[in-house]
Design a protein around this ligand. Structure first.
Ligand SMILES: O=C(CO)[C@@H](O)[C@H](O)COP(=O)(O)O
Length: 244
């Protein structure tokens, strides 16, 4: 039987509402950072404390994305009775996002784009080598390639999970498709999507000039540890109400 949002306890309804607001707001970061054309990207976030997540409706323009059209799904990827029109379908990548949430309990946010340089690396099925301190900081090593998988079932999600379980990276380039990123929340996953496109572009340019030099594994580990545990401001609310 379908879950009815309005029948949930008020505190759970409020948790869903806050997640919808965040996910709607974070979608604007995709065009703002040049990561998408048209509607070719999506963001989702797990609802804290509930076996639900929020994702954008499929094919809806980013300037039409508001909290009240964000679709609420179970971790199986099934839309609940969330107050949106019954015909409003969740993202075509919902199954992939749902698979990640079911199999990676620490993941609170998932993003998918077709950003140009990262997708170009995906087309070549070559991992992005860790030759920049920024890569060591954010990815803790190379950005891996995931298997080629067709949309429509758990294949993409399984490829994401199987690849990321073997890596420090919060980003995976699914072969011939494009980047999927994860994070503790949607904001962290959006950041990883921005950063993977940046390093894909920089290393592509570097390769036009010659062969980039790798960073020693011990230095990669040291840089990653510092950045993940000491960089920036202490955990807590950001000026815009996000959570660091
Ligand atoms: O790769 C694909 C479709 O092949 C998707 O990632 C779309 O590009 C975005 O789909 P929606 O989230 O709008 O359904």
């Amino acid at each position: 039987m379908s879950i009815v949002l309005q029948d949930l306890p008020i505190d759970q309804q409020q948790a869903v509402a806050h997640t919808r607001e965040r996910v709607a707001r974070l979608h604007a970061e995709l065009p703002r950072n040049g990561l998408v054309v048209w509607t070719a990207g999506n963001v989702s976030e797990r609802v804290p404390g509930l076996d639900l997540f929020v994702i954008k409706p499929s094919g809806v323009s980013y300037d039409e994305l508001a909290a009240d059209v964000m679709v609420v799904c179970t971790l199986e990827g099934t839309k609940i009775d969330d107050g949106t029109p019954q015909h409003l379908s969740p993202s075509s990548d919902t199954a992939a996002h749902a698979y990640v949430y079911r199999h990676m309990a620490h993941v609170g946010g998932v993003v998918h784009t077709h950003s140009t340089y990262a997708t170009a690396w995906a087309a070549r099925r070559e991992p992005i080598p860790c030759v920049l301190t920024m890569m060591a900081d954010e990815f803790g090593g190379d950005v891996p390639i995931g298997p080629f998988a067709l949309i429509g079932d758990d294949s993409i999600g399984r490829g994401i999970v199987d690849t990321l379980r073997e890596s420090n990276s919060p980003a995976v380039l699914m072969a011939n498709h494009g980047p999927f990123t994860i994070g503790k929340d949607a904001r962290a996953a959006v950041k990883a999507a921005v950063m993977v496109e940046e390093v894909a572009r920089t290393i592509h340019i570097s390769r036009q000039l010659g062969e980039p030099h790798p960073i020693a594994a011990a230095d990669v580990a040291s840089l990653h540890d510092r950045y993940q545990n000491a960089y920036g401001q202490p955990a807590g609310p950001t000026p815009t109400g996000e959570t660091r």
